[in-house]
Write a protein that binds this ligand. Sequence first.
Ligand code: HEC
Length: 129
Amino acid sequence: MLAAVFSLAIVICVVTSTPPAIQAAGNGTADADRGEQLFDRRCTGCHALDADKVGPRLRNVYGRKAGTVPTFKYSDAMKAAKFTWDDASLEKWLTDTDSVIHGNDMDFRVPKPDERADIIRFLKVSSGN
Ligand code: HEC
């Protein structure tokens, strides 16, 4: 009897425990929740979604023309930019901002490809895409 209760308890534990993290272990799937955590840790020193700080507000940046938040004082280099932010340009920007706009004012990089992908996914989702 005791053994039966005990093994039932084990079954319940196994069934209710959280499944193994399926998307972990670098299978290349971008994740907006991870991106939000990374955004909070890496970007919010200079950016917020809905307010200008050292950098411009970033809500709706995905699909927005570069350098066009009217309330933010961009560098001249950034003001002269003529492209729209998408996966490819954000990927390059977070790898090395100077490779996109030489002489811009954002002195920051995200070296890890999976972290860049997560952050870009988050920017996309927070822009309603
Ligand atoms: C040390 C401060 C700093 C950090 C940290 C930083 N940025 Fe920036 N960012 C800036 C500044 C300043 C600009 C404006 C550059 C200019 O005017 O040349 C900018 C501009 C941008 C732009 C272009 C916005 C537009 O309106 O065209 C994007 C996109 C961006 N940052 C994304 C990020 C992301 C994502 C992170 C975190 C991974 C990040 N930044 C971290 C300072 C920072």
